[in-house]
Design a protein around this ligand. Structure first.
Ligand code: PLP
Length: 428
């Protein structure tokens, strides 16, 4: 069933460390051989052995309207004939920045980069440059990319590999990273009191997606906003996952809470390598060349990436009903999954918001990294493989969020639910 994938993985390990270009793809958490993909269209991915999968990762978020979305493909094809990169400004960069500013609350300006990692790294540098302070607070289990400062209690990929600390991240760098449990305001208050006047930023996934999907408890984000206001700390919402996915204006719009800086990735590039930092003029103009906080990129604002992102964002902006449809599809799926797990007598805790969700096998609510870690990973592992055999591609780790696309039909959802019922009966 997976013979070509197995053969390719063997070859890949000879020339690529671990056989993959990003660790979670290696299936370490669930075991087995990663599936090598050949093509994808709409809600489906097709592997090199000719198997078809209903896709619930959607490239970890970007494919919100499904794979190979035709307007995006066409735009890329057309622009590729102009040039794949100029290294000089284009009008397109203004158009996408204007569109983003019109969609997202509380921002005046946008700087384009090439990944979510770069976006968060730049946001932190900017907050440090703006405040003149060094330390920052992040939350256990939140992932903000692989820049050194963030690789402390860093969620999904790192948790999947069972790593406590990362060789290569120096103690000096890690010393400026303060961590608190997600959804725990008293822990944040304590840190702010202990390091009074030293904290530049609090960075948070407003809805966490890197320990499974975890919702902020009522008052948590409001509390962070208040602390930041009282202590002149920059509140950074990492909306790499949630931006343009949960609402046109992301979590800020959905939850009605203002951030000082926002980072984006994933959907903003429609599957091309793009990230962005956005915020008010007062902070953003500290970035070079307007200000002294240096940041640059040979391929930043790349025309192919910009036209892909612009085309997708425009569709989302013009059709907000997509968000309602996605949420309805997710609720339908979650109800079906609950029924499937319940029928097999398997305890479960499913978190969902809009088109993001995750299933943990535990009777307890999942509210932070400790509760996510305490769930039964062995059941998840077996469930994952049973679903794969039944043509459903789930994230290969319980610490990852599932991302739905609007290309999914009711028939796809029914097939997924039927697969879950049969998978659960097989593994119980
Ligand atoms: N921030 C969040 C919330 C993420 O989920 C990710 C990646 O999954 C990143 C930052 C890093 O983005 P990238 O993988 O594009 O560097």
């Amino acid at each position: 069933m997976y013979s070509k994938s197995e053969m390719l993985f063997g070859k890949a390990k000879e020339v690529i460390p671990g056989g993959v270009n990003s660790p979670v793809r290696a299936f370490k958490s669930v075991g087995g051989t990663p599936i090598f993909m050949e093509r994808a269209k709409g809600a489906y991915m097709y592997d090199v052995d000719g198997n078809r999968y209903i896709d619930y990762i959607n490239s970890w978020g970007p494919m919100i309207l499904g794979h190979a979305y035709e307007p995006v493909v066409k735009a890329i094809q057309e622009y590729a004939t102009y040039s794949t990169s100029f290294g000089a400004p284009t009008e397109l960069e203004i158009k996408i920045a204007e569109l983003i500013v019109s969609m997202v609350p509380n921002i005046d300006m946008v700087r384009m980069v090439n990944s979510g990692t770069e976006a968060c790294m730049t946001a932190l540098r900017l907050a440090r440059g703006y405040t003149g302070r060094n330390k920052f607070i992040k939350f256990e289990g939140c992932y903000h990319g692989h820049a050194d400062a963030f690789l402390v209690s860093a969620g999904s990929g790192v948790a999947t590999l069972g790593l406590q600390s990362i060789p290569g991240v120096t103690a000096t760098v890690a010393d400026d990273t303060l961590t608190a449990p997600y959804n725990n305001l008293p822990a944040v208050e304590q840190l702010v009191a202990t390091y009074a006047g030293q904290i530049a930023a609090i960075i948070v996934e407003p809805i966490a997606g890197n320990m499974g999907c975890i919702l902020p408890q009522p008052g948590f984000l409001e509390g962070l906003r208040k602390i930041c206001d009282e202590h002149n700390i920059v509140l950074i919402f990492d909306e790499v996952m949630t931006g343009f996915r949960l609402a046109r204006g992301g979590a800020q719009e959905l939850l009605g809470i203002k951030a000082d800086l926002v980072t984006f990735g994933k959907i903003i590039g429609a599957g091309m390598p793009v990230g962005a930092i956005a915020g008010p003029r007062e902070i953003m103009e500290n970035l070079a060349p307007a200000g002294k906080v240096y940041q640059a990129g040979t391929l930043s604002g790349n025309p192919i990436a910009m036209i892909a992102g612009y085309t997708l964002l425009q569709t989302l902006n013009d059709n907000p009903v997509i968000y309602q449809q996605l949420a309805e599809k997710a609720t339908y799926l979650v109800n079906g999954l609950k029924e499937a797990f319940g029928a097999a007598g398997i305890v479960h805790s499913i978190n969902q918001i809009g088109s993001m969700l995750s299933a943990h096998f535990t009777e307890y609510p999942i509210i932070d990294f400790s509760s996510a870690s305490a769930a039964n990973n062995e059941i998840f592992r077996r469930f994952f493989h049973a679903m794969l055999e039944r043509g459903v591609y789930l994230p290969p780790s319980a610490f990852e969020s599932w991302f739905m696309s609007n290309a999914l039909t009711t028939e796809d959802l029914d097939q997924t639910i039927a697969a879950a019922k049969s998978a659960m009966q097989a593994i119980k």
